[in-house]
Design a protein around this ligand. Structure first.
Ligand code: NAD
Length: 336
């Protein structure tokens, strides 16, 4: 049983903590919080132990939220830390993880250099085995990599061009925008996503462009892949159909909009309406000779959660990729 800490209990951290509680081979030691807000209060109500910075102990106790110890105590009590603090804060914590010689999993908001390897379970699990510091790439990059490494099984991927329509904010982020504009992110080419994909697949020819759209639900990607060989559409559909964490949505069910996908998650009573799978619209899959085009939707708040479970197992050499992906998927109710 591996003892896991979660440092930073926000959008990703709370989902990672809940996922750890469902893994048969992991134990959640506790979570680190800096402010006694509603998320801390709910974690406490769920029976999760809360660790805070030394200077915040009084503030938490005055709010009626008991404190189990300091963040250093949490790190010391764990075999591995999943750092889900805001962009760039993880790098500030790395010296503490090093001081106590603990492995750590960082998130996509950190620079790639913070870790020994950037990670995508379907692409490079084996390379991450035994690595002390692993960075799970961002939500958009996770979706791009899942898709690219899957199509690569049909024929070698030689070139990728992708356009990313990004959600403007997560649902709880009341101060973020835009409310009524499309904003190139940035208005230069390429966007940072291409470089992030290259942090996992080093020499891939990839160019990405991105635009921020006023929605909170999901991202949407439009991707154009050039393969080494001519391929058949049925082979592309078959590999997508048979790969874990990718779902082909049939056009016969009239679900094409992100709002409809979220409604499906609600109807399925998915926790927090999460959709950790890449949701590919089957009618969007277009194949001409060695060119493949497709569209898919990405639920930014949950897609990286299964990857974090696999990164923990890879870092601690608990098991191979196939077993880890299967156990993560079964425990989280991920389709396929
Ligand atoms: P968030 O703001 O929702 O959560 C971060 C949490 O860390 C908050 O609870 C905050 O209070 C806490 N925190 C802040 N400073 C801290 C400190 N010094 N010590 C401990 N805790 C601290 O952020 P998020 O969206 O969960 O993002 C976390 C990471 O995951 C980032 O690297 C981000 O880029 C990445 N990520 C986010 C998404 C997404 O859609 N939200 C998707 C994929 C990856």
């Amino acid at each position: 049983m591996i003892s896991v800490a979660v440092n930073g209990y926000g959008t990703i951290g709370k989902r990672v903590a809940d996922a750890i509680l469902k893994q048969p081979d992991m134990r959640l030691v506790g979570v680190a919080k800096t402010s006694p807000n509603y998320e801390a209060f709910i974690a406490h109500r769920k029976g999760i132990k809360i660790y805070v910075p030394q200077q915040s102990i009084k503030k938490f106790e005055e709010s009626g939220i008991p404190v189990a110890g300091t963040i250093e105590d949490l790190v010391k009590a764990s075999d591995i830390v999943v750092d889900t603090t805001p962009n760039g804060v993880g790098a500030q914590y790395k010296p503490i993880y090093q001081q106590f010689q603990r492995n750590a999993i960082f998130q996509g908001g950190e620079k790639a250099e913070v870790a020994d390897i950037s990670f995508s379970a379907l692409c490079n699990y084996d390379e991450a085995l035994g690595k002390k510091y692993i960075r799970v790439v961002s939500c958009n990059t996770t979706a791009l990599l899942r898709t690219i490494c899957t199509i690569n099984k049909v024929s070698k991927v030689e070139k990728v061009r992708a356009t990313i329509v990004r959600r403007a904010a997560d649902q709880k982020e009341v101060k973020k925008g835009p409310i009524n504009s499309l904003v190139p992110d940035p208005a230069t080419v390429p966007s940072h996503h291409a470089k992030d994909v290259n942090s996992v697949i080093k020499n891939l020819d990839i160019v990405t462009m991105a635009v921020i759209a006023p929605t909170t639900l999901m991202h949407m990607h439009f991707i154009n892949i050039t393969l080494k060989d001519k391929v058949e559409k049925k082979d592309v559909l078959s590999v997508l159909e048979n790969t874990p964490r990718i779902v082909l949505i049939s056009s016969k069910y009239d679900a094409e909009a992100t709002a409809e996908l979220v409604e499906i998650a609600r109807d399925l009573k998915r926790e927090r309406n999460d959709i950790p799978e890449v949701m590919v619209f089957d009618d969007s899959v277009y194949v001409k000779d060695n060119e493949v085009m497709l569209m898919y939707a990405v639920h930014q708040e949950s897609i990286v959660v299964p990857e974090n479970m696999d990164a923990i197992r890879a870092s601690t050499r608990l098991m191979n990729a196939e077993d880890s992906i299967r156990i993560t998927n079964e425990s989280l109710g991920i389709l396929k």
